[in-house]
Design a protein around this ligand. Sequence first.
Ligand SMILES: [Zn+2]
Length: 366
Amino acid sequence: MTPGVRLKFTGAIAALLVLALLVDHASPGFALAKVGTVVSQAIQQTLRPPRAKPAQRAVPAVAEASAFALADIPSQYLGLYIRAARACPALSWQLLAGIGKVETDHGRTPAPGVRSGVNAFGCCAGPMQFNIRNGPPSTWDTYGDGTPTHVYQPQYAIPAAAHKLCTDGLANPGASTADPCPTVAGTPAQHQAILRYNHACWYAHQVLALAARYTTTPTPTPLPADPFAQALAHDPHLHPTGARGCDPAADLGDPRLDLRLQSLLTVLATRWTLEISCLHSGHSRSVAHTTRTSNHYLWRAVDIDRVDQQPVSAHSPTTRALLAWLDHLQGPLRPQEVGSPLPLGHRPYFTDEAHQDHIHIGYGPL
Ligand SMILES: [Zn+2]
């Protein structure tokens, strides 16, 4: 079997597994030995018209799941997103899944507040990060099922998130007129609903860009320019330089640039003027003196040489200010690696000979 054929075959099995999960007779978490039975039940149900109603409605949704969606979203979560989104006219399961991805990587992040307690901001809990400390009534009181501990369980949290997004504009998308995020792809109603979830256009950009990657809808070629990336490329507070042999000017507007890096640079540019020396193009494939693939090569890292015109150094107040700001950053934009001239002494910060004159910020796999 060639790798290509094997990939397709695996994709088909994954689609069948998801289909099985969506049929009433199957329940999430079934034993692997039962998969054959469950899948054949699913197929039989699809073929038998009177009993096939849920499966029939599920098939188009699963057919819209990209290979990335099937690989990235746990099957239990995928089934929950698809079912929950059906309750709302203008809510796609991909948008809901985009929120679940950005908030907690579909419940997989080890951060506080996902499986118990509250997050680093002291407010939010569970895979969909509902505020349980505001109110009364708290956001969870309003949209959840009334049981406090259910906020940690996806089978309750995901329908509650769908309920909230629907209430915040997706039940009646025609009513939204003003677009709060004109540089973000998507509709004004989507932007409004997402901003009510987390008030930042970079957040809406991340959610909707992920939603697009979770969909198999064929995209017209060439790809239309992403307005968010275009805005980034023309941000007057970001100054790309070719001084180190890289070509960051070409990379800033490239849609391959990691979503978190796009967002982080957008936020940083509201506070400082940055000289950017390297993103992807022109950077070596490996981390210096190692065989490790650099996050630059993977479009997930940036090197900053100047902050508000000051060259990066251990003695520069703006270097210190930017690093202090980064250190307080929580949530989806928190970097996984930060190299700088300052010995901060805790992860993800590091300092070495190669990072005396720039700040390196990198992310791990999305
Ligand atoms: Zn770097």
